[in-house]
Every structure is written in C-alpha cells, then in structure tokens.
Design a binder for this molecule. Structure first.
Ligand SMILES: O=C(O)CCC(=O)C(=O)O
Length: 322
C-alpha cells in the first residue's frame, strides 16, 4: 500500500479529493472590515486584550511546567521538585513546537478569539478565500535577561506557502517593550512579495545565530511595544526583528504560525518528492475546513526543540520542521 493509500485509510471518513465539510470549525468574527483592510495594506495588526489575565497566568504556569519536564519528551527531562522557577527558566530562549506535548499550548493554538481574527485576515488578499486556516508551528519564547533577539527576517524564507498566506500570531505573555526586546517591524514591507537576500550578521551580542535579511531601508522600522494579552498578527513577508532583552525580567511570548488551509505546505521535501506537490501534514486545522483531510496527518511525535543559545551556536535551522 502506498503512502497516499495509508493516509486515506487513516482518515476513512473522507475519500481522496473530497472536502470534509462535516468537520468544519466555526469561530467568531472579531475585527472590523477596516482592520482587515489595514492588515492587507500594512502587513500587521495589533489586537489588544485578546488574551485575558487568567489565560496569561495559565500560559505562564504551563511554560514553567513544560520547562520542568512536566510532559514526557526527549529534550526536557523532569527536574527535581525543589528546583526554583528561576533555575528552570534561566537558560531557555525558546521552546519550539510546545503544542506537540502540551494540551495547554495546543488550546492557545486553537484560541477562539485569535482564530477568529485569523479567519478574517490570513488570506484576505485572496478574493475567494473562505476563511479556512491551519497551524504548522508554535514557538514559546522565555527570553531571559541578556538573551539575544533575532535579526531582520521574513518568515516565508523559512516556512513557504504557495499563496503568501503565512501569518504569525505573536501573543505577548509579558508586556513587550524596547527595553526587554519587543518586536520591530517595517510596515508594508510585505506588499510586493519580495524575499530579501540574507547574510550572516556581525552582531552576536544583539542577535542570535540566524542570518539577517538586507537590501531595504531600515529607517522605516517601528518598535511594537504592547501590553501583555495583546496579539500581534503579521504576514510572512513582513520584515521584522527583535533585539536583546536589556531588562531584568523575562520577555515571554507564544508565537504561532498559520496559513490558508487551501494552500499546500512545502516546508521540506521527502526523498523523490517535488516541491510543487510537497505538503507537510504535521498541522492543526483551526478554522473552517481542512481541504486535504483525506491525506490524514503526519504524526508529530512527542518532542520539542530547545533554543538555549545565548551565544550564537547554530545547532539546527531554527525554523526547520520538527
Ligand atoms: O519574538 C521574537 O523575539 C522573534 C519572533 C520572530 O521573529 C518570529 O516569530 O518570526
């Protein structure tokens, strides 16, 4: 039996090529037409108070639980109960794919308010888009004091879609400020769908090991200082960066990446596979229909990848699929 047949068997409720309308996911409408227009034109949208104080406490508690090895996985082993939260978190820049192991993080990947905004803006540049969205990545930043940010980049360099629909939903768990290393963006830099070239940077004190994009006017950058509970949505072609945390506290953020569910996801190639048909299926459908449900899902495994780098040590490509 070939791979496609195996997948169809695994997902027996829908035949190849059929749309699984019975499992449609409904979400509320959250933002106005003017805000949708703003996102299409500027490439970002700031939604305040989308995550409540109680939800932020749940995210903080689960961050500690994950970092303590509370969920069985290979990268984060259980720590002795008397280890303090500060000791647990002090060397973690970022945990990749926490929703693979934590039901709490998965709940925030599927958060109704966030997914409501996503259903309105993700592929609003496409005339016949029906609001369907899927998630392929989560990243939980702790970013303790003195930890670096990431140099200029566009997320579609790392996670390609076929229709420019990649979108980040950047959930501020703490207030994000210039001092603690908030996001910086260049508004409207997504418009042409141009992917800027990249090169190694020479500022390892400020930025982690990821290369920097160059060839544009940096003077247009805007710091995005936001209160905890705000979600910053940004298109995958939008130029953005973050700086080093110069404060005495953490700058915790959960950033989840999503895309139009109708686009294939050629995030990596398997042997013998062509980029035009590649479609990674370690995804979570979050809004509307999953048009490729008939393919089934690739198992996510029970692991996360940890970025502990205060120094610039490229252990692996940080945006590669796990
Ligand atoms: O929050 C940060 O420090 C960087 C986030 C980022 O660059 C991204 O999500 O693509």
């Amino acid at each position: 039996m070939g791979n496609a047949d195996a997948a169809i068997k695994a997902n027996g409720h829908v035949k190849a090529g059929e749309i699984d309308a019975a499992h449609r996911i409904e979400v509320p409408q959250v933002v106005s037409e003017a805000q949708v227009r703003f996102f299409v034109e500027q490439g970002y949208l700031i939604a305040e108070n989308l995550v409540s104080p109680a939800e932020l406490e749940e995210l903080k508690a689960d961050t500690n639980f994950i970092a303590r090895g509370g969920y069985p996985n290979k990268s984060l082993k259980p720590l002795p109960a008397d280890t303090s939260d500060a000791e647990v978190l002090h060397n973690i820049l970022c945990i990749h794919q926490p929703h693979y192991i934590s039901p709490v993080m998965k709940k925030y990947v599927q958060h109704a308010g966030i997914c409501g905004v996503l259903s309105q803006v993700t592929a609003a540049h496409l005339p016949y888009w029906d609001g369907s969205v899927k998630c392929m990545q989560s990243m939980l930043f702790v970013k303790p004091p003195e930890f670096q940010g990431q140099a200029w980049h566009q997320d579609e360099i790392y996670i390609p879609t076929r229709d420019r629909s990649l979108i980040g939903a950047w959930i501020a768990i703490d207030d994000a400020t210039v001092e603690n290393g908030c996001l910086y963006i260049i508004p409207a830099s997504h418009r042409q769908g141009y992917l800027y070239p990249q090169r190694p940077h020479n500022n390892p004190d400020e930025f982690d090991f990821a290369p920097e994009s160059y060839g544009f006017d940096e003077s247009q950058e805007v710091p995005v200082e936001v209160k905890a509970g705000t979600v910053v949505f940004f298109n995958g072609y939008l130029l953005h960066r973050s700086r080093k945390n110069r404060s005495k506290g953490y700058r915790r953020v959960l950033v989840n990446h999503y895309m139009n569910a109708w686009s294939l996801l050629p995030w990596s190639l398997k042997e013998g596979e062509h980029v035009a048909m590649a479609d990674r299926r370690k995804i979570v459908p979050v809004v509307g229909v999953d048009p490729y449900a008939w393919k089934g899902f690739e198992p996510t495994g029970q692991d996360v990848w940890l970025r502990t780098c205060k120094a610039n040590t490229p252990e692996r490509d940080e945006h590669a699929p796990l």
